[in-house]
Ligand binder design. Structure first.
Ligand code: NCD
Length: 326
């Protein structure tokens, strides 16, 4: 792996390797002193052209825990045209010697452009590009699912029970604004590579053109999917944020109507087998795609996802910068 741009680029072995290294990283995060010397002297630049709380802080924490020097650049508010400012910014970073560039950008394909451009010689990590991909989010979701669904049971038994394992035979329902979600696309690819089944559930207006070519099933009926009528019993449900900021038209009649048909609440969670988990990448619209009761309930892994994100991003930075031989 030279860059991490898309989960569609990952082989099963590469994806499992990231999850396994993340298990080791997570173990180091239980220690009193959390910092490792691994990336001492390396520079990681966080380039955020779009708003972010979790992902930006998570990458920053991950790089710092590996002892890298971290520069965080928030380009929000820049009036320079995006293509030009991306190039100029990248050239500046290259002049400063960035070993890795973590980029979030509103335009789908910006990280690929950066990786192919020669503007930077560093590794490029996609931290979310437009409505396209968000590979580290999918990896942290898979890490969280593996901990709960493989080996030792809820919360995870000994890491040795799941190291080397994929998610073969598991079934994940992803519900919500698939049209605008880079998280959904990254998850569908990664879950497929890891041997899991995915059912996407959304109103027809919130599904992208071409979704029938994705390696998953599609349903408009959330209750049927949760009951297991679409692809069998469900091991986890992932709610997606309704991305109001990317909506330029009316995609559903009203918030109340959306919640009624596609919102996750306690009654819907009760349709799932007892072991099934609830995920959400955050930020949540509480009361719209998820109720507070569901988000804060016993099945929720939402806070754990954030914790796991640091270990997964440490693993990604480690594998890209220190390589397999380190
Ligand atoms: C997601 C994103 O930005 O793509 N959030 C995240 O990174 N945790 C999902 C979203 O914004 O809804």
């Amino acid at each position: 792996m030279r860059h991490l741009l898309s989960t569609a680029d990952l082989s099963r072995a590469e994806a499992v390797r990231v999850l396994d290294v993340a298990e080791q990283m997570a173990a180091t995060q239980q220690r009193e002193i959390k910092k490792l010397p691994t990336l001492r002297g390396r520079t990681v630049v966080n380039l955020f052209f779009e708003d972010s709380t979790r992902t930006r802080i998570s990458f920053e924490t991950a790089a710092k825990r590996l002892s890298a020097d971290v520069i965080t650049f928030s380009a929000k508010g820049s009036s320079v045209s995006k293509g030009e400012s991306l190039k100029d910014t990248a050239l500046t970073l290259q002049a400063m010697g960035a070993d890795a560039v973590v980029i979030r950008h509103g335009s789908s394909g910006a990280p690929l452009r950066l990786a192919r451009s020669g503007w930077t010689s560093g590794a490029v990590l996609n931290a979310g590009d437009g409505t396209h991909e968000h590979p580290t989010q999918a990896l942290l979701d898979a890490f969280t699912l593996r901990r709960h669904l493989v080996g030792g049971g809820p919360g995870g038994g000994p890491a040795a029970d799941r190291v080397g394992a994929d998610l073969a035979g598991k079934h994940v329902v992803v519900v919500g604004d698939v049209l605008h979600s880079r998280v959904a696309r990254s998850n569908v690819h990664l879950l497929h590579v890891l041997g899991a089944r995915t059912t996407l559930v959304a109103p027809p207006t919130l599904l992208p053109i071409g979704v029938e070519t994705w390696p998953c099933e599609v349903s408009y009926d959330l209750d049927a999917a949760l009951r297991g009528d679409v692809q069998g019993p469900v091991d986890a449900v992932m709610a997606l944020r309704v991305q109001l900021e990317r909506m330029d038209a009316a995609y559903f009649p009203s918030a109340r109507e959306y919640s009624r048909r596609y919102g996750i609440d306690a009654a819907r969670l009760a349709l799932l087998p007892p072991h099934a988990s609830l995920l959400h990448p955050g930020p949540m619209n509480r009361g719209l795609e998820i109720t507070a009761e569901a988000a804060d309930g016993a099945r929720s892994r939402i806070v754990e996802q954030v914790t796991n994100g640091v270990a997964v991003r440490m693993a990604a930075l480690y594998l890209l910068l220190a390589g397999e031989d380190a």
